[in-house]
Design a protein around this ligand. Structure first.
Ligand SMILES: Cc1ncc(COP(=O)(O)O)c(C=O)c1O
Length: 391
């Protein structure tokens, strides 16, 4: 049996994805294919390192050390060709907590912050929760692929005196891995208008063949000084429950502001097991990751081919990375609330509502393919059967 073939019972593990099905979908029969974690075991060396750490038996205050930083810088250099200084790294329990802290410390109440919609729903809340305003640069969908409207990007920045731009790269939910050319254009506009770039690169390691993740801050010196990057091994190695992530900031003054904010929130240590997991994953997880990305790409083709051949009503937007498929369901001709209802009550699959990513997501749903093949097959069977019952 291959390392990703085993269907592992997750119910009863306090899993958000599996144990909250009833809460979110009001039906225990619904197959969860929503929240972004995987139904795969983390690489064996990570479990072994954790087991050894647990056997030690003492879980007092723990602090990442120089070795942790070296492991992170090695990973970024090896995987992404991005050479950073160890001193640029700070830690946080998650990218979302980091975004909250960055917004609170580096913008003012009433400031405008730009995002590219449809996008990961917390991007809206981290802005609004602190009395800042969301400015939307809607992505353009040309019926095949999503693109950036650069004129609108610059206009919106000028019109609203935008102070910060939160980039999602690779992009959740549309699956784009932004090219160097696209990144350069965005960086150039932000640098010229003094817009601080916050780059959420949590999906950076989950990129398919023929695509390359380019960290925004790796473009050039000016962009590096004007960018704060949020990263984590949690999506890559299925460690979300470990609550470990880091923030990379080249600019010294910005780092000082962030240090103050992080300290004010009592965030200067990390979860003991989170540190162990991060170190083991980055040191020994690469081969596993290569296999994983191949598998995810094959799952994408499987879902896309079957939905195309067997329903012709649901199209998968070709992803360049992530394990989240953006399904174009517009040909089903449902109002969004009926589309949601249909997936939940008729197909009995738990997907993310496209509209939760912004109004551009009307007619779309998001499906998570990071699960063993039998789960993916079951999910597609359910959707195909329900669509075919409509006809
Ligand atoms: C783009 C993006 N950012 C952040 C997160 C969550 O990050 P964390 O769990 O580290 O807060 C997710 C999770 O799906 C995500 O897709």
């Amino acid at each position: 049996m291959g390392r990703f073939d085993e269907v592992i019972e997750r119910k009863g593990t306090k899993s958000v994805k599996w144990d909250m099905v009833d809460h979110f979908y009001q039906d225990p029969e619904v197959l969860p294919m929503w929240v972004a974690d995987m139904d795969f075991k983390t690489p064996a060396p990570v479990t072994e390192a954790l087991t050894e750490r647990v056997r030690h038996g003492i879980f007092g205050y723990t602090v990442p050390d120089d070795n942790t930083k070296r492991i992170i810088t090695d990973w970024l250099s090896k995987r992404h060709g991005w050479d950073i200084e160890q001193d640029w790294i700070r830690y946080s329990p998650g990218v979302i907590p980091s975004l909250h802290m960055i917004i609170q410390s580096l913008t003012e109440v009433g400031d405008h912050i730009l995002i590219q919609t449809p996008v990961y729903p917390p991007f809206y809340t981290v802005i609004k929760d602190h009395g800042r305003h969301v400015v939307k640069n809607s992505l353009i969908f040309n019926e095949e692929r999503y693109h950036i409207d650069f004129d609108d990007f610059e206009e919106k920045i000028k019109e609203n005196d935008v102070k910060m731009f939160i980039l999602c790269n690779p992009h959740n939910p549309v699956g784009r891995v932004w090219t160097k050319e696209e990144l350069n254009k965005m960086a150039d506009i932000c640098n010229r208008h003094e817009v601080l770039i916050v780059s959420d690169e949590i999906h950076a390691d989950l990129v398919f063949k023929d695509h390359t993740h380019v960290p925004m801050a790796s473009l050039d010196h000016h962009t590096s000084q004007n960018t704060i990057t949020c990263m984590s091994p949690t999506k890559t190695f299925n460690l979300a429950g470990m609550q470990v992530s880091y923030v990379v900031t080249a600019d010294k003054k910005m780092r000082e502001v962030l240090d103050k904010q992080f300290n004010n929130q009592g965030m200067f240590l990390l979860n003991t097991l989170g540190i162990t997991a991060l170190e083991a994953a980055y040191q020994h997880g690469e081969e596993w990751l290569e296999d994983l990305t191949d598998l995810l790409e094959s799952h994408y083709h499987y879902v896309s081919d079957r939905l195309h051949k067997e329903t012709d009503k649901i199209k998968v937007i070709p992803p360049e990375g992530t394990y989240l498929l953006w399904l174009d369901c517009r040909e089903l001709n449902f109002e969004q609330k009926d589309l949601k209802r249909f997936m939940q009550k008729e197909a009995k699959v738990g997907l993310n509502d496209g509209a939760s990513f912004g109004e551009e997501g009307n007619g779309f749903m998001r499906l998570n393919i990071a699960a063993p093949k039998p789960i993916i097959e079951d999910g597609v069977d359910r959707i195909v059967r329900a669509v075919n019952r409509l006809q």
